[in-house]
Design a protein around this ligand. Structure first.
Ligand SMILES: [Zn+2]
Length: 507
């Protein structure tokens, strides 16, 4: 090329690069294009990279919350959005017809009598202007048409005000009373959470009778809880940033970046104990009468976190909490926060039984569900399979061969024949499963068998390498089954031939 042509080409490129940057940074919030002078200046002017939930919840001390939510929407999709959709999971409790539990589970879910709850929207605004919102799918989806459509890479503020009524249920959203005046409340899936928009469409699935029915994107959170008396302890996702006394009550402000959901438990009967491993603080919240279980949960969480840090890559948050709550299916993972059913804390033999299995399982979900997310309603095997294999791996690493044997004899050996004779497949969506045991066998235990098969073919070193690179590639994203299969095939492990893929992925 001639020198003059090169100079013209380079100039055109520079102009295009500046034009691109200006468009990228100039549009949202009228922010100036960042100067390239200093790093600090650049950071000051950068718009948020992901959605932000800023929530203020005032608790009446019984079962109601008045809540304000400022949601900063960052359009990280390639499309202009004319509307947004939020899941209103609490509204599965707003009518007896909507509660999806199996009939046999009703008594387990409502041992203190049937009870309704829900989330009532009072007001929605976009950038200060009223929005003509509506509810669909039996009030379980909030539709927010946007007066100002939001282009790709632009941001917009959505303000909501709502009242929350918590049902007296043993569920991840619910509470139970006990003793003279004691109560413990689970606040999981309790606020309007933006649906996932992928491949040009919104995922709007409702709750099912089995499994974890949520699917969401990574976001930043600041959540304040105001409680009427200092008898209440608030255990929550993230890190306690400040606490103070206001005219409305005792205020606890929790905050954390880059998590997929935010949960809490509130009780006037909590004691706590903490440990630190690899610089991460773990806190166990438990009822004083269940101190033995509280310390067991803490101990398991500590060992599991250490084992998984080494096997998969380090947990990137400063804290993890595990709280005794009332949740009839057992344990429930939330980002940086685990809810564990109170019944597990009261078992005679706490070691190597359901409390230990559940606690290790929910710790593994911090990697497989929170860091690497997926559609848990339609492709639950993606996170449950690898998480249950991680659980088996915990028993093996912590206790050696006896740990592995005892895990397999309790969870796997009893289930293998059931899987062979069952019509369901590990890759089925939640709505096809007709019982918890069928779901556990197919989706969890098949995961153990799948990764065991992989380990026996490619070796443990390669399997751990696979986990680490899977984490690195999909960290803070949502992975689909197709992406998972492609990622695995692209590794070109010689020992994984067509028969391996046919055996596991073609029912
Ligand atoms: Zn799980």
């Amino acid at each position: 090329m001639k020198k003059a042509t090169v100079i013209i080409l380079v100039s055109v490129l520079i102009v295009f690069a500046f034009w691109g940057l200006k468009n990228y940074f100039g549009a949202p919030l009228d922010l100036a294009a960042p100067d390239v002078e200093t790093k600090e200046e650049e950071q000051e002017y950068l718009p948020p990279e992901r959605n932000i939930y800023d929530i203020k919840a005032i608790f009446d001390g019984q079962n109601k919350f008045q809540v304000e939510m400022n949601f900063t929407y960052v359009n990280n999709t390639l499309d202009t959005q004319q509307e947004l959709y939020f899941h209103l999971y609490p509204n599965m409790f707003s009518s007896s017809k909507r509660i999806p539990f199996f009939k046999a589970d009703f008594y387990r879910a409502f041992p203190q009598g049937f009870s309704l709850g829900g989330l009532a929207i009072k007001e929605v605004k976009q950038d200060g202007k009223d929005v003509a919102w509506s509810m669909t799918q039996e009030d379980q989806i909030l539709h927010v048409p946007l007066g100002n459509p939001v282009n790709s890479k632009e941001i917009s503020n959505i303000y909501m005000q709502f009242e929350l009524i918590v049902p007296k249920a043993r569920f991840r959203f619910g509470y139970q009373t006990f003793g003279d005046d004691k109560m413990t409340m689970s606040l999981g899936n309790w606020y309007p959470i933006l649906a996932v928009y992928k491949d040009g469409k919104w995922s709007l699935d409702n709750h099912q009778a089995v499994g974890d029915c949520t699917y969401s994107d990574i976001a930043d959170y600041t959540v304040s809880f105001t409680v009427p008396s200092d008898d209440f302890t608030v255990a929550a996702s993230g890190v306690l940033k400040e606490s103070y006394l206001s005219s409305e009550g005792y205020v606890y402000v929790y905050s954390i970046d880059k998590i997929r959901d935010f949960a809490a438990a509130i009780s006037n009967n909590y004691e706590t104990a903490s440990e630190v491993i690899d610089g991460i603080k773990i806190t166990s919240y438990f009822h004083p009468e269940d101190k033995r279980g509280g310390f067991m949960a803490l101990n398991v969480a500590k060992y599991a976190l250490g084992i998984f840090n080494e096997a998969f890559g380090k947990y990137p948050y400063p804290e993890l909490k595990i709280a005794e709550a009332n949740y009839y299916p057992g344990g429930m993972e939330f980002p940086t926060f685990i809810m564990m059913d109170s019944a597990k804390y009261k078992e005679d033999n706490l070691s190597n039984t359901s409390l230990e299995r559940s606690a290790a399982h929910e710790v593994a979900h911090q990697w497989w569900y929170n860091l690497v997310g997926n559609d848990q309603i339609n492709e639950p095997w993606l996170d449950e399979g690898i998480t249950e294999f991680s659980t088996a791996y915990y028993f093996e690493k912590r206790y050696g061969e006896p740990g592995r044997e005892s895990y397999f004899s309790r969870q796997v050996d009893t289930t293998v024949n059931f899987i062979k004779n069952n019509p369901r497949h590990m890759l089925d969506p939640l709505h096809l499963f007709k019982s918890h045991s069928e779901y556990f066998a197919e989706v969890y235990v098949s995961g153990v068998l799948f990764y065991e098969d992989m380990r026996s073919r490619i070796g443990e070193e390669n399997l751990l390498d696979f986990f680490r690179s899977y984490l690195e590639t999909f960290m803070y994203k949502n992975v689909s089954l197709e992406e998972f299969k492609k990622f695995l095939k692209d590794k070109n492990y010689e020992a994984l031939d067509e028969s391996f893929y046919n055996k596991w992925f073609n029912p």
